[in-house]
Design a protein. Sequence first.
Length: 472
Amino acid sequence: MPSTETGGVPGRRTGRFPVVDPATGETFAEAPDQRPEELDGVVDRARRAWSGWRAEPAARAAALCAAADAVAAAGDDLARLLTREQGKPLAESHAEVARTAARLRYFAGLTPRTRRIDDGRPVRSEVRWRALGPVAAIVPWNFPLQLAAAKFAPALAAGNTVVLKPSPYTPLATRLLGSVLAAVLPEDVLTVVTGREPLGARLASHPGIRHVTFTGSVPTGRAVAEAAAGSLARVTLELGGNDAAVLLDDVDVERVADRLFWAAFRNCGQVCMAVKRVYAPVRLHAEVVEALAERAKSVTVGPGLDPGTLLGPVNNAAQLARVERVTARALADGGRAAAGGHRLDGPGRAGHFFAPTILTDVPPGSPVVTGEQFGPVLPVLPYRDVDEAVDAANGTGFGLGGSVWGTDLDRAEAVADRLDCGTAWINHHAELSLAQPFAGVKDSGVGVAGGPWGLYGNLRPFVVHRPEEVAK
């Protein structure tokens, strides 16, 4: 998962900072560089808005439905701006906007359930639910709107207010989203702040924040948890992923190749739960490499605003340098690029473009296997038996997702059940319903997002006891 730190963002703190179009590598706009001390007023206003917002659940639900309608109506403007600053193809930006609206509508329909506890005593005990207070939502650059909504939609539905900070690489569409929502939500219920560090660190440690929800890199997630500990704020951390796809020996390679390729390369591989390594049986390894390399060589790479583009650029120069670095290391370790393996330069490619890359013969200890490349690079590794494949799949510090691919679904499910991760898919990957929980294990995160679990993660239990009868 990308860091939300600002390393590589040029310019000094002058009140505004530049925003780069990754398709050109050039600055095309600026965003406000808010000072950390400004957060005191922002959080205080969010705290004061909280008392009214939490008081009327029906009004909240209606406001969130209106917010969903407003996002859908602004879809064209949001999508174009998102593509301009993030780089993804315009069709994917439209899908992200639609998902943002859908998430608002989904959580508008959820309400926490009061639970009666019957423990045999002559006392009526009820568990009710209360909002936490102001929530800090800190969002990375790969899915700025969708991941923002994954944080603020359940928080708002639960009766909290939200201070939302996007990555300084992708602040513009989030600012526009904030303006769209401000037209239908009460004042100060959702506030967008933009800026470079130490703005995010100050927000995570602010004593007025009661819940910090963060998506980003493992090192930054640890720093966020340490910062939030000072005020004992609740934390939800969705961190890195190094998802493995295990292909069984009965897999139909040609039948699954397209799904497998896009599970790894959607959004130029910049997806926390993308397939980041493939394990194939020795006898099928060459066939898998060839099938994936064929697709990597034929896919259209270009600016996201071009209608024919299927893969856009890497979002920022720092991430492009990382992708180049881990690829060069894999090749130096003895790996071979069956497709790609290099930056794309030349006319019309002045931006952060990297050729879709399929690697083979990579040692299992190479960083492209053990770490998170977060770009358009995929190693394919052979295995001799399923136990070896499962051990390898579970052999990193990550545990976000994983998948198993084969014809015998019962057998595939039995193997999937052995994966040490939060979500396991069979014959597909990285597909989530709004109604299901999403969580990682090990270094991939703390807490749960999605579905009712995401709603309750923004609430605290409140227990009321009363006697069944009035004492005489």
